[in-house]
Design a protein around this ligand. Structure first.
Ligand code: ATR
Length: 280
């Protein structure tokens, strides 16, 4: 008997999501009978959606803007990672209970490992994270598990930097803040610079960050992937710095969800990258 497994991505709006391309590719590649559908659900209807998706025949799905915090509140059980981030992007059902995980952390770290090579942390003393929103929290959480000495965070709205630092205090990695106006000072001491803001995205101003004082051998990562080469990454490349683009995080964060709903762990291949890139 063939069982057709259904999964979804839920957001509002949702039409620009590339996730259906990713999961569609994997379904085909692994010969799974299944579907991955876009669902546009308003914030008012979202809590009810979490309660009823299983009855509607879905095994689970992804959650995107603006529902990640609401999903965190609506689920029955959360993984430790989701608990720490107070945001959920992956849902599934286990023994009648709705579970929530946050795979952004794994997505960013897996792509970083793949781009910079094993043991990249050995060469990193200080990581500099620009931004303090949901993506910044995931990235700080991921970096905190690695053997680096220090993470410096900056954000336009200082109160959010302080909140992030309060929430993530403890652990062996030192967490510090630097005022937005002084962010260039952190460039000079950073071995890894990560833009987690939406600056640099098509239609948005670029992130203003002068890389003239960047360390030789430093790496610059961006979570923005439209365009793939943001002004920040282009400037980094022009200075001979290593770059880590934003597309890999999107591709890698999709892996754990697919594995849960469809029962096979997919891989992020150059083919998949090319398919998604063709849509950007
Ligand atoms: P996400 O979940 O993608 O991280 P978010 O939580 O809304 O989204 O966070 C967006 C981040 O981009 C924040 O760090 C935000 O800074 P503020 O906290 O000051 O709003 C940052 N950001 C967005 N637009 C910006 C701009 N024009 N200048 C500086 N920072 C900006």
């Amino acid at each position: 008997m063939h069982v057709m497994t259904k999964a979804f991505i839920v957001g509002h709006p949702i039409k620009h999501s590339r996730s259906p391309l990713i999961h569609g590719h994997w379904l085909e590649r692994h010969g799974r009978e299944g579907s991955y559908e876009r669902l546009d659900i308003t914030p008012a209807d979202f809590p009810d959606f979490v309660r009823t998706f299983a009855a509607r025949g879905f095994a689970g799905g992804n959650v995107t803007i603006p529902h990640k915090e609401a999903a965190y509140l609506a689920v029955d059980r959360r993984t430790e990672r989701a608990e720490r981030l107070k945001a959920v992007n992956t849902l599934w059902v286990e023994n009648g209970l709705v579970w929530g995980d946050n795979t952004d952390v794994l997505g960013f770290m897996a792509h970083l490992d793949q781009s910079l090579g094993q043991d990249w942390e050995q060469a990193v003393d200080t990581a500099f994270v620009v931004g303090a929103g949901g993506a910044a929290r995931a990235i700080v959480a991921g970096l905190q598990d690695r053997p680096i000495r220090r993470i410096v965070v900056t954000n336009r709205t200082a109160a959010k930097t302080e909140e992030l630092i309060r929430d993530f205090a403890g652990g062996t990695v030192q967490l510090e803040s630097i005022p937005w106006e002084k962010r260039e000072e952190a460039v000079a001491v950073a071995d890894l610079i990560v833009n987690t803001t939406s600056l640099g995205m098509a239609g948005q101003p670029p992130l203003e960050l002068d890389l003239a004082r960047a360390r030789q051998g430093a790496a610059v990562a961006d979570i923005v992937y439209v365009p793939l080469k943001t002004p920040l990454l282009a400037a980094a490349e022009a200075r001979g710095l290593r770059i880590v683009d934003g597309l890999g995080m999107l591709l890698h964060q999709a892996v754990p969800g697919f594995a849960r709903w469809f029962g096979v762990t997919p891989t992020v291949t150059p083919d998949l990258r090319a398919i998604v890139l063709a849509d950007i």
